[in-house]
Design a protein around this ligand. Sequence first.
Ligand code: UD1
Ligand code: CA
Length: 451
Amino acid sequence: MATALIVLAAGQGTRMNSDLPKVLHPLGGVPLLVHAMASGDAVNPDKIVVIAGHGVEAVETAVRAYSPDAVILRQTEQLGTGHAVMQAADALADFEGNAIVVYGDTPFVRPETIAKMAASHDDGNAVVVLGFETAEPGRYGRIILGEDGLDQIVEAKDASDDQLSITLCNGGLVAADAQLLFALLSTIGNDNASGEYYLFDIVAAARAQGHSASVVTCDESETLGINTRTELARAEAIFQTTKRAEALENGVTLTAPDTVFFSFDTHIGRDAVIEPNVVFGPGVTIESGATIRAFSHLEGCHVSQQSVVGPYARLRPGAELGESTKVGNFVEVKNATLSEGSKVNHLSYIGDAQIGKRTNVGAGTITCNYDGFMKHRTEIGDGAFIGSNTMLVAPVKIGNEAMTASGSVINKDVPDGALALARARQETKPGMARKLFEKLKAAKAKLNKEV
Ligand code: UD1
Ligand code: CA
């Protein structure tokens, strides 16, 4: 059965007090709504429709980065969750299959939970909602069960005192046949305390038409919605705690887990060691047995087995480290490949470069990759030796087993096996230093007398 995923992301998020649309605030390095979309991947959606409103262009960019084929629709006025889903009716007019509605501001729903909702729908329940038990039902919608299952959902604002004492609450997500969903939505009104079209009113509508409805329950922690910066910070803490526990369980050593920060898609192999105070931005893969030493910052990079990075290293997007490589303290690598066994141990910048196998890059080496207008590449072969403080003025190629002398400014290619010296020749003047010292001493003494 085909499935369409509908992501609600049009709300203003007033309580975030931000120019950025709420669903674009990052959690674990990616926008909130990407978490919701990733949970939805559990049902392998054939079509993804995102309902945006505030900051629709920015939302579109973020959505496309995750899912290039997603359809982005605009809800110009935010008239409620039911009204938001209705915006997808035209785009899905010919769609035969299930629709699953998720909220862009609710990042922790587990894929397994969404799969359970889809399964309950497959079992014959026409409308499936997500519910959770909570000690503090507060302003959540209440789920009203009747003799034969789910009867209706009532928003807290519209509930009676009896209904308010119910602790089974609405998690917001819905699964139903797409065409039935739109047919039911077309019958609901907005005669309630908020004057909004409530998505969950389709439950009462379905029951009135003789359809069955069911609740799938999940843990309260999954339905945590983000409405304020405080909730966002709390969610980030929860996210990091989960990621740290996952890494430990997967056989990664974290010397001080609470000081290591992960992204949504950080992959770390077994027996890797992560020392204290390491930050993983998006797009990082660390293979097994690698060591990331303290105070390193990594994003968009790949570190192969048995490599050692840091302490105090920075790997930027496109850094590709082969097996058993070393990137040491105060070294920055960007858009560059280091092949097996190569080392850049101290105080260097390697950008837009390709370095062969077993090559040693001396302290203070800089790839001068930018001329103020364009970026240029540096290529270094296998088994080369780049002397300390070499400036590699790109575009430039250094051959296999070639050498550059310390302090050289290299702006011409160096062939295989050659030594390039590109610095002023040293001149040594015997006794000259002593003479100079005496002259300076005398000058100073004269000056002191005059004062
Ligand atoms: C909603 C439910 C509530 C449930 C709670 C669970 C309704 C009316 N209420 O309340 O029963 O307990 O979720 O977290 O459904 N959105 C739009 N367009 C709109 C309105 C909302 O796209 O016109 C989007 C928001 O961006 C958000 C989602 O729908 O991603 C939920 O809306 P929100 O206003 O946060 O609903 P809650 O008050 O949390
Ligand atoms: Ca909410």
